[in-house]
Design a protein. Sequence first.
Length: 243
Amino acid sequence: MNEQNDRPDAKQPGFFKRLWQTVSRPSSVYSLGSLLVVGGVGGVLFWGAFNWGLEVTNTEKFCIGCHEMYENVYLEYKDTIHYNNHSGVRATCPDCHVPKEWVFKVRRKIVASAELYHHFRGTVSTPEKFEQERQRLAMRVWRAMKNTDSRECRNCHNFEYMDFTFQEERSGVAHQQAIDENKTCIDCHQGVAHRLPADAEAAYERVAAEFDEPGKDANAAAGAPTEPSAADRLAGFVAGLKQ
């Protein structure tokens, strides 16, 4: 045994170093086969729990669990065709706001964790506060949809599946024009599930301009404040708890 570590005044290793020493030390009690079986079962349980968590947080019930979502965007969404329509097909919150592909879904969940910070901070805790932020929030969603070519819209709507002869003449002409001009769904369909913010047309033009000028900072082009980093959010949250 190391005599230096036995001294009362010897500096003890930190938590992470002790943890690494524990997990990296060869086992003298359990066989390799036992460790592999336990590790395999543990891995399956972890993977199942992880995917279960993804699915639980990917439901409309979970989305509207916070009063900010229920009292604002959910109630206005109930008055739209995406909630009630002649076909009986309903598009729920995750259908429009969460990607289907696993990698993009996990990424969206990580980004959405910032919403917890704003929930506890009370950024949109009242209808009045929400209205003050509506344009910024709308522009953020429009920007994301432009960046993905309206990916979530295309889970249900796709130009390749449309027969323009069954559409109203105005719709058929508009969709053909969108194909010819390489437009994406959100270019024409802002406000289909939520109320538009004030000066929506000018706000969307600013978003579209960002994609016409490669290399230009998106927030600066939109005239919106820069989003705080994760570290800034955490520091702000901790400071708020101390007050």
